[in-house]
Design a protein around this ligand. Structure first.
Ligand code: ZN
Length: 329
């Protein structure tokens, strides 16, 4: 059995107080790779915390060849603040420019604001020693789980494939924010993987199980835990692979979703009903292709950040996208 060390970083805040960041270090064997896995950079992305709990339970009872560092809550200030960023106001949009947007602040600043100091200590003490860096996030529940990866690093792309998630988003260097953990890690010669579970604000256990299964497969692929990894089969590349947008017909509708993001659908299969709010007449929305649903229901950007601004209602004259479905040949 591997050794398990439970510890915590103590990060000093500008006012002299300390924030504690618990972490787990699991070590075994003679093989040297270090894998760093963290969750909850954003305060409402909680499913990853549960995924890390599942990983910890699995890893401590297997053989480990290398070191695995688990940080279940990378940003305790934002989690306790109950929003994406520490000090984010109610109704404030998600953005790259908030001074506490943690995933734009890597590798941090020793004398910066609260979040920059947390980032600095995480990076210096835990990330820097890692060969592989995995960062767990959550999309809104209307978007399918996906593995995000920097396309200029082939090893990272393999990690995304072995995560077995249905969608892979391959980034080009010109489109990546320089302060993201995955970018900073890749530039430092590490290999990085970002995972998006589906669903913010509360824990979605099925999503945690799905990502746990995928990360265990990645650890097998890296030979950090024993066993033959499953070879990835059906995976769709976001933006690049063939996909169709499905729009609501003209009318005044309540959207009734019948499928969830990430589900496979057949050609002609019902994915949603549209309910006329006056006559209660129903309109059936079908998938025009056989494929996998990437987005369904609420399809505006960052809808769960400002929940009061998104309701599944289509108004007259609106061009409303009900779903985006990636085709499977
Ligand atoms: Zn996030």
């Amino acid at each position: 059995m591997p050794s398990l060390e439970k510890n915590a970083l103590r990060v000093q805040m500008p006012d002299g107080s300390f924030v504690e960041i618990p972490y787990f270090k699991i070590k075994g064997g003679f093989y040297s790779p270090v894998v760093y896995i963290q969750a909850a950079q954003h305060g409402v992305e909680l499913t990853g915390v549960y995924t890390i709990k599942l990983l910890l339970d699995s890893i401590v009872s297997t053989d480990v060849n290398g070191t695995i560092i688990l940080v279940p809550v990378a940003n305790p200030l934002a989690v306790k603040w109950r929003r994406h960023f520490y000090k984010m106001e109610l109704g404030e949009p998600y953005s790259s420019y908030h001074p506490h947007q943690m995933n734009r602040l890597w590798p941090g600043k020793a004398d910066g604001n609260e979040t920059e100091r947390i980032v600095y200590d995480l990076y210096r003490n835990l990330v820097e020693q890692a060969d592989y860096v995995m960062d767990l996030h959550c999309y809104e529940q209307w978007i399918a789980p996906a593995a995000l990866v920097n396309g200029w690093d082939e090893v990272s792309v393999r990690l995304a494939e072995y995560s077995l998630l249905p969608f892979i988003d391959v980034y080009e260097k010109s489109n990546v924010h320089r302060g993201m953990l995955s970018y900073v890690a890749t530039e430092a010669g590490k290999h990085a993987l970002t995972i998006e579970h589906s669903g913010q604000r509360w824990v979605f256990p099925d999503q945690a199980k799905l990502v746990h299964k995928g990360l265990m497969n990645v650890l097998r692929y890296l030979a950090v835990i024993p066993g033959e990894p499953i070879k990835p089969k059906l995976q769709l590349k976001l933006r690049r692979d063939k996909h169709v947008d499905v729009y609501a017909p003209e009318g005044e509708w309540i959207i009734v979703t019948l499928k969830t993001a990430g589900e496979e659908v057949g050609e002609g299969e019902e994915i949603a009903k549209l309910l006329d709010m006056n006559s209660l007449k129903e309109e059936t929305i079908r998938s025009p292709v056989r494929g996998v649903i990437y987005w369904i229901g609420s399809t505006r950007s960052h809808i769960d950040t400002r929940p009061s601004e998104e309701v599944q209602v289509v108004l007259k004259g609106e061009k409303y996208r009900i779903a985006t479905i990636y085709a499977v040949e």
